[in-house]
Write a protein that binds this ligand. Structure first.
Ligand code: NAI
Length: 264
């Protein structure tokens, strides 16, 4: 039985003090939000983006608020770039304890019309990128012998279907199985690997759709009747990142307001 009478009980479970978190795709949306969340709960954060200048202001904001942050350039489709970003982070902070494998793109089209280019681009960023960053960060975590937590950002579209999303849904389904196999191989080396499967959260990746008439109608028809707020991912992110999730391994947690219930 946990003794919750001590004031620091919640802190021990959810605070990330002393940990270093690398976040890919940190310049917008879920990545930017998670960077503020992790920094606000005590982690040193490495903000990775294809263009470093796009995360420098956020790094300054975190430092000005008393946190520690480093902006690094990282294109998840380019192994040299990922290696350089990871090395830069480790040089600065001495190691990595948390990875939010978040960078992703969408290129929607009907299956019959989709170009090779759009198919490959989405698979390369959303699946191979997660594999690549995960591998290089996991090697670092294993070498530290102090464990770590990797959170892969999947999607409900890795578990359900939607028209015009063959590339995205296939990549996200791949992320879910990749998460399980990473967990299987890394678990006994002290690294936990889990995924989140967000439902619809309005960000740069889908804002155009949700601002449209069709998008508004679509979301009203979904089970929750509204898109999620970024802050509604906080609980699951902190659960998986820190001590509260110490016995959670290889799972994908949907955060979708019930969209996956799929009632008829
Ligand atoms: P977003 O478009 O705001 O963020 C995606 C980020 O990834 C951007 O900062 C972008 O610059 C970065 N990125 C793209 N390609 C990259 C590359 N090659 N290297 C490095 N960074 C790259 O959209 P959002 O929503 O914040 O997306 C974050 C993750 O969440 C994605 O993996 C997305 O598939 C996933 N997701 C989003 C949902 C939503 O409704 N917004 C629902 C389910 C999953």
């Amino acid at each position: 039985m946990v003794d919750s009478s001590h004031g620091d009980w919640l802190d021990r479970l959810f605070r990330l003090t002393g940990r270093t978190a690398l976040i890919t795709g940190a310049s917008s949306g879920i990545g930017e939000h998670a960077a503020r969340l992790f920094a606000g709960t005590g982690a040193k954060v490495v903000l990775a983006a294809r263009t470093r200048t796009r995360v420098e202001a956020l790094a300054s904001e975190i430092v000005d608020a008393g946190g520690e942050a480093l902006a690094v350039e990282m294109d998840v489709t380019d192994r040299d770039s990922v290696e350089f970003g990871v090395e830069t982070a480790v040089r600065r902070f001495g190691g990595l304890d948390i990875l939010l494998n978040n960078a992703g793109i969408a290129r929607t089209d009907r299956y019959l019309d989709m170009s090779e280019e759009d198919w490959l681009a989405v698979l390369e960023t959303n699946l191979s990128g997660v594999w690549r960053v995960g591998q290089l960060v996991a090697r670092q975590m294993v070498s530290q012998e102090s464990g770590g937590s990797i959170i892969n950002v999947a999607s409900i579209l890795g578990l359900a279907t939607q028209r015009r999303q063959a590339n995205y849904a296939a990549a996200k389904a791949g992320v879910i199985q990749l998460t399980r196999t990473m967990a299987l191989e890394l678990g006994r080396r002290g690294v936990r690997v889990n995924a989140i499967a967000p439902g619809y959260v309005v960000t740069g990746i889908n804002r155009e759709f949700f601002d449209s008439e069709r998008g508004r109608e679509y979301v009203q028809g979904l089970f929750p009747g509204r898109p999620g707020e970024l802050g509604e991912l906080d609980g699951v992110l902190l659960l998986l990142a820190g001590a509260a999730g110490s016995y959670i391994q290889g799972v994908t947690i949907p955060v979708d307001g019930g969209a996956l219930l799929g009632s008829l």
